[in-house]
Design a protein around this ligand. Structure first.
Ligand SMILES: [Ca+2]
Length: 468
């Protein structure tokens, strides 16, 4: 771990806070808005030390950190128009500028030029996963069970129906295209199904649990516009109406990876025999690779709550995940084979005091204790001709925007709001803002980013004019 770089990153965040906080006099209403809710400070460092340094100390020691609050007079600050007083608070809590607003759009600002946006299609219903075929045709899953094929102009070519159960966070989700699609025509789908629909309790989805609702991964063939010849690669993956994960992606190693949610079971994400709350790795035929970290097991990493983003850094080849936390505490993790990311006992850097862990917890690369990004589909841009090469883009659901990061190992070198749809404009006290739509997935193809989301459709983003 490169501590000096991390400190620089944290100083950058503090600078960001200063820019946001110092632009104008803060009204009492806005101060209250910015300072609520305050997340507990994490760490065991001396009072008065910089907040981010405390977190780093915890990470470096790999020890469970004590949970405590920095003692600040929030009420006094909120009622005061003394900006210096609030700024001191901001210096100590570098995330204070990132509190969620009523619409969960963070109050950080763009630091780069916004992209040009073009609406490709608004004819999608709860789109979940987007992938490109080698010829540039887009395939899009919709949660209710459709697979839409669409050309670059947004014209829907075919709409194929897969029988799934669809409720809350369950339905048709992950989609992957075989790296050898041109020769084998294989398309991979992940979706939710019922084990026994004769059970009368199925009338109430709230009673569904992972013993009744499951997820499966299937391989299909796409021939002449039809999906046919389904083959189950893995079923009996724990499901639920919530926390289903189920992003599918092929890794650079040619293996099929799947993220799975904890299926509302919390501690079972620690259990290697339970395939929820994991990153799974399989051969394209559904068998367990010989070189998986746990012999004979699909489990590649564990201790995840609800990961919905899987992407590999174009240079390092490292796998990164974007994961939903429990009411904030979202995480971005750099995945090491066989590692434990803590959910069930830890989230972010704090212990949940549920059950002691017997092994080491990997703390997240990024944690969001004070606002909700609700990260979903994610991608790295791997195109040296693009100004975004090497950047990590994350579609935000509650965050309602596309977020952009750059990493250098464990250091975060870029962290900004990249794109917010402008369908709704509104004003907050003291500032203008936009509220976007819930974004579910993002992919890069031929110089552009393509983003899908609920009630949002499909938007194509190209570099702003200064970057063209
Ligand atoms: Ca995708």
């Amino acid at each position: 771990m490169n501590t000096p770089k991390k400190v620089l990153t944290c100083l950058g965040l503090i600078t960001c806070v200063a820019l946001v906080g110092c632009g104008q006099k803060i009204s009492p209403e806005e101060a209250a808005y910015r300072l609520e809710p305050l997340a507990p400070s994490l760490g065991s460092c001396e009072e008065g030390a910089q907040h981010c340094a405390q977190v780093l100390d915890c990470r470096d020691d790999k020890q469970p950190c004590l949970q405590r609050k920095i003692s600040v007079d929030v009420d006094a600050c909120a009622k005061s128009d003394d900006r210096d007083k609030c700024q001191n608070l901001a210096d100590r809590l570098p995330t204070v500028s990132l509190v969620s607003d009523p619409y969960n759009l963070v109050s950080a600002t763009f630091t780069g030029e916004p992209p040009e946006a073009e609406l490709v299609s608004d004819d999608l219903r709860l789109p979940w996963d987007l992938e490109f075929l080698p010829d540039g045709t887009m395939l899009i899953t919709e949660k209710k069970g459709r697979v839409v094929a669409m050309d670059a102009s947004g014209k829907a070519l075919t709409a194929l129906k897969v029988s799934v159960i669809d409720t809350h966070e369950a339905g048709l989700m992950g989609l992957a295209i075989d790296p050898d699609f041109n020769s084998n025509r294989y398309v991979y789908l992940a979706y939710t199904y019922k084990l026994d629909d004769t059970d009368p309790s199925f009338a109430k989805p709230e009673q569904w649990n992972f013993q009744r609702v499951l997820n499966k991964i299937e391989r299909w063939e796409l021939n002449d516009g039809l999906l046919e010849n389904p083959l189950v690669l893995k079923d009996d993956i724990p499901g639920s109406i919530e926390h289903t994960g189920m992003r599918l992606e092929f890794g650079p190693d040619g293996k099929l990876y799947a993220s799975t949610g904890d299926a509302n079971t919390d501690v079972l994400s620690q259990d290697i025999a339970f395939l929820g709350g994991k990153v799974l790795r399989m051969n394209p035929d559904g068998s367990v690779p010989d070189d998986n970290p746990i012999p004979g097991s699909y489990v590649y990493s564990r201790g995840h709550r609800n990961p919905q983003g899987l992407a590999w850094h174009p240079e390092s080849g490292d796998l990164y995940t974007a994961e939903h936390g429990a009411n904030r505490f979202d995480e971005i993790n750099r995945i090491k084979p066989g590692a434990n990311y803590g959910w069930g006992s830890f989230e972010c850097h704090r212990s949940l005091n549920v059950k002691p862990l017997s092994d080491t917890v990997e703390f997240p690369l990024l944690c969001f204790p004070t606002w909700n990004l609700s990260p979903s589909g994610s991608t790295f841009v791997n195109d040296s001709s693009s100004p975004w090469h090497g950047n990590f883009f994350v579609a935000g659901l509650r965050g309602r925007h596309l977020h952009r990061y750059a990493f250098d190992g464990d250091s975060v070198t870029l962290d900004e709001i990249f794109y917010v749809s402008d369908k709704w404009d509104y004003s907050l006290p003291g500032r203008k803002g936009k509220v976007g739509r819930r974004l579910r997935d993002v992919e890069y193809h031929a110089g552009a980013l393509y983003v899908i989301g609920d009630k949002f459709g499909l938007v194509k983003l190209t570099p702003g004019k200064a970057q063209q």
